[in-house]
Design a protein around this ligand. Structure first.
Ligand code: N01
Length: 502
């Protein structure tokens, strides 16, 4: 391969994935003057979730002036909530600006990585058949990209167009067609308004109504763009204000979920004002605490539901036939296309990559066996030296920008890597006891949060525990990870060897 690497052919760092996480890590390495790293991406381009998700109407539900790198502010966001395509183009620009292209390897999936304890190296197996050696391995594989397909009788026999929201068929034209959308999550509520104006008829199949709050989206004025371009500090101040406003919600999400009732009031008022039909309004009214599932933000979902050609179907889908969906109440609805907006297999963790650590331990197999993924600040895991994760277990958010978490993690990983580069250690592994104590704290903290107030969501493991969300303020995460404590880790050198492990 023609990317930079050390003379001995061993990389300092191999990164899996070229989404926001992988790019942040690559940029941090470059800024530190390291060049012996590569980013392996299974897709044909960078972007991660923003490359895969291309459905009509896609946008981020966190304001763009916050959902962007702190070190790569963009004064030119066209809207408060920019489209998926604009976010993807931003990522491309950031990669260009930081000269990342020689380090990015597309169409190169990583299938397996095994830690060689004697050599203190990771052997990384690529889908191309090659093997590369690296001192440290960073996973930036993200959580939202393996489609979760509904187990509905007959779905495979449907003869019309059929695809998951994250695998949108770009050739599909909804004009004049009857389209079924299954699911009422963040993806579905963006798709329905975007196709309703063209389609002949849209059926939205709802299993659980979602809490929806208005987005108040608007274009960024030319004046704002000019001000931000010429006064970057002003943009930083605005970003801080947006961050603070979102962060304050953690008080209700993670400390006093009873306060969520106060957040329900404006959402209820919005629903009441937007939907006049009492039957439809009742059907769209959630029956769980707001925030337990992801709060949806939209200005056009409710207006779309008021359209003559959009119907909400709450009856369970009994089966799917060649040309129709049949519900449990016996109604047969002929449809031309089915969009499964049914979410992602989030708890698969680092899908498609087998990670074998010390003593032949398989990371994701252990997590599945335990019924929950456990790590240390979602970044490192006991038994897996020199392995670092971005957006690992319990670092997802329901109230703020995930990019804040990625940047905190990148900083933390860089501190650990510096121990390797300074010759203080050849391997870095979190102490088992430290990880156990951390997870006890995490579990106790989680009990107080809105995510355990009784709803069923993709945040939860089958046993109802939560391995996906950070149960506190992002500021707390930042504070706890702003410095990696050496005492939390076993640092081994050639002299100390495995025998010196605590
Ligand atoms: O997926 P979801 P998503 N029969 O899992 C339903 C991010 N994201 O792709 O609630 C019928 O939220 C399921 O019903 P229920 C964001 O983090 C962000 O929409 O389980 N229905 C639910 O309604 C988000 O949280 C953005 O009862 C079935 C829906 O499908 C995450 O991605 C945009 C079913 C799945 O909702 C996932 O969002 C898009 C079945 N068998 C995504 N199985 C923005 O930034 C599932 N459902 C705006």
């Amino acid at each position: 391969m023609d990317a930079p690497s050390k003379e001995d052919g061993i990389l300092d760092v191999a990164i899996i994935g070229a989404g926001f996480g992988g790019l942040a890590m690559a940029i941090a390495l470059k800024k530190a003057g390291r060049t012996a790293f590569r980013v392996f991406e299974k897709a044909s381009d960078l972007g991660g979730t923003w490359l895969f998700n291309r459905y009509p109407g896609i946008a981020c539900d966190v304001p763009s002036f916050l959902y962007s790198f702190s070190f790569a502010q963009n004064p030119d966001w066209s809207r408060c909530y920019s489209s998926g395509d604009e976010i993807w183009r931003y990522m491309k620009r950031v990669a260009d600006d930081h000269g990342l292209h020689p380090y990015l390897h597309f169409n190169v999936p990583v299938t397996r990585a095994q830690y060689d304890e004697a050599a203190r190296l990771w052997q990384v197996t690529l889908g191309t058949g090659e093997t590369v050696l690296t001192r440290a391995l960073v996973t930036g594989t993200g959580a939202l990209h393996v489609p979760s397909l509904p187990d509905i009788n007959g779905l495979d026999t449907f003869a019309g167009a059929k695809f998951h929201s994250a695998e949108w068929n770009e050739d599909f034209d909804p004009a004049g067609k009857t389209v079924a959308v299954i699911g009422t999550g963040a993806s579905a509520i963006q798709i329905v308004p975007s196709i309703a104006g063209k389609a002949h008829q849209v059926y939205l199949f709802q299993r659980t109504p979602a809490w929806v709050v208005p987005r108040f989206d608007r274009p960024t004025s030319a004046m704002t763009k000019a001000l931000f371009r010429h006064l970057p500090l002003l943009q930083r101040l605005y970003r801080t204000l947006v961050y603070t406003r979102m962060e304050l919600r953690a008080i209700a999400f993670t400390v006093w979920p009873s306060l969520m009732k106060q957040l329900e009031k404006p959402a209820r008022a919005y629903l009441d004002a937007a939907i006049q039909d009492p039957g439809l309004r009742a059907a769209l009214t959630p029956n769980y605490t707001i925030g337990c599932k992801r709060v949806l933000v939209s200005d056009d979902f409710y207006p779309a539901m008021n359209r003559e050609n959009v119907a909400l179907i709450t009856a369970r889908i009994e089966r799917i036939e060649r040309e129709a969906i049949v519900t449990a109440d016996g109604v047969r609805l002929p449809v031309d296309a089915i969009v499964t907006a049914t979410g992602f297999r989030v708890t698969e963790w680092i899908p498609g990559v087998q990670l074998i650590g010390r003593d032949g331990r398989d990371l994701t197999r252990e997590w599945h066996k335990a019924g929950a993924a456990r790590a240390y600040y979602g970044i490192t895991a006991e038994g897996f030296p020199n392995l670092f994760m971005l957006l690992g277990p319990n670092t997802g958010l329901g109230h703020n920008s995930i990019i804040f978490m990625i940047e905190a993690q990148t900083r933390y990983i860089m501190r650990c890597l510096k121990w390797l580069w300074a010759g203080e250690a050849e391997s870095v592994e979190v102490c088992a006891e430290v990880q156990r104590t951390f997870n006890e704290w995490l579990n106790a903290r989680m009990q107080r949060t809105v995510w355990l107030t009784g709803c069923k969501s993709w945040y939860l493991n089958p046993d109802g525990t939560n391995s996906t969300i950070w149960p506190s303020f992002t500021l707390t995460y930042w504070w706890r990870t702003h410095a990696a404590r050496r005492s939390d880790f076993v640092l081994e050198t050639a002299k100390t060897g495995p025998a010196a492990r605590a």
